[in-house]
Ligand binder design. Structure first.
Ligand code: LMR
Length: 342
């Protein structure tokens, strides 16, 4: 503890207040789509991470106001802002992490796949910019349809010679966050204490919560279990319908994505005593699908280890088998689009 009158340097005082240890490297995080419904709360949450020294905001327009607003928060990150096509490379220049909520959300009646036409171009621009100005960055994509967008970006990066499969992530954390929330409610326990893998992709039947591995043990009737899985798989649509034309999940998505980015940062910081495990949709040889979400151990270079398929009961194995063709079709579509756009 500090005694009154102790001489202490400003640096030591900082370390005392904010903690030290691990790598002291300062980190630049770029948010592409920072003015949108997800982008703003996401930027707000990231502004609170003391390891981020530079928070770079990009959007088509109106970034100045969001940046001015955030810059009045007395946390470490300095905030810079860029706009339009020309600003994208400047925003992403030498970034350590690029997180991408940019793109259009769906409206009631739409499937995530219906967004490919508009959102593929966003993915394409991000991939080209990343190849040019931050080829070593960890890329965390939120833009829908994730099942297709991640293969698009991977294919473009591959064509540019800058693809590192350990550094590209489709953010599926919201599926885990939702599963924990719904199971916590059902079991009447704190959702923060719930843990389970959610594997596959990020739409409908491709989202596979592995309830058999849930901690604490999930106990429910067959009917309750089916209803719970259905609710997790259709949770995005539940929000889209509740928002009634005003978009899709923004706040819970920002929460889940910031949690994921914070985990990427903990991985970069590389604390030896900490094992950082997150689910994300990544390049994979775990199943026949070339991209697949499983639990990953994160480290300084992104994915340190893919934990592969969890143990599953017969119903879960069957659900996996039956959704794989759907997921594979989306991936093939993504690779084809990526080749056209490379
Ligand atoms: C979600 O899961 O909420 C997002 O993917 C947005 C959507 O369209 O459902």
């Amino acid at each position: 503890a500090l005694r009154l009158g102790t001489q202490i340097s400003r640096d030591r005082l900082r370390a005392f207040k904010f903690g030290c240890g691990g790598s002291r490297r300062s980190l630049k995080v770029a948010v592409v789509g920072a003015v949108g419904g997800i982008g703003q709360p996401l930027a707000l949450l990231l502004k609170q991470n003391p390891h981020i020294s530079r928070l770079s905001l990009h959007d088509l327009r109106n970034t100045a106001g969001v940046a001015a607003d955030l810059s009045h928060i007395n946390s470490r990150a300095t905030v810079c802002h860029f706009e339009g096509k020309d600003g994208l490379k400047k925003a992403m220049d030498k970034a350590d992490i690029v997180v991408v909520p940019a793109g259009l959300p769906r409206k009631p009646g739409m499937k995530r796949e219906d967004l490919v036409g508009v959102n593929a171009s966003v993915a394409c621009e991000v991939a080209h910019a990343a190849s040019a100005v931050c080829p070593g960055a960890l890329l965390a994509l939120i833009t829908n349809p994730i099942n297709v967008i991640v293969p698009i970006v991977a294919t473009i990066l591959q064509a540019k010679g800058t693809y590192d499969p350990n550094r590209l992530f489709g953010v599926t954390s919201l599926d885990v966050v939702r599963s924990k929330a719904f199971i916590g409610d059902f079991l009447n326990v704190d959702p923060q204490t719930v843990d389970l893998p959610v594997i596959g992709g990020h739409t409908g039947r491709t989202i596979l919560p592995i309830l058999s591995q849930c901690q604490p043990t999930y106990k429910g009737t067959d009917e309750e279990r089916k209803a719970l899985i259905k609710r997790i798989q259709e949770a995005g649509t539940e929000v889209v319908n509740a928002k009634d034309g005003l978009g899709s999940a923004t706040l819970s998505m920002a929460y889940a994505a910031s949690h994921f980015v914070n985990s990427l940062i903990r991985g970069i910081k590389g604390s030896k005593d900490e094992c950082i495990v997150e689910c994300a949709y990544v390049d994979s040889d775990v199943t026949e699908a070339k991209f697949f979400a499983t639990q990953l151990i994160l480290g300084p270079q992104g994915i340190k280890e893919n934990l592969g398929l969890p143990e599953m009961d017969d119903e879960e194995k069957q659900a996996l088998e039956s959704m794989l063709p759907l997921l594979k079709k989306s991936i093939e579509n993504g690779i084809k689009l990526g080749m056209e756009m490379a």
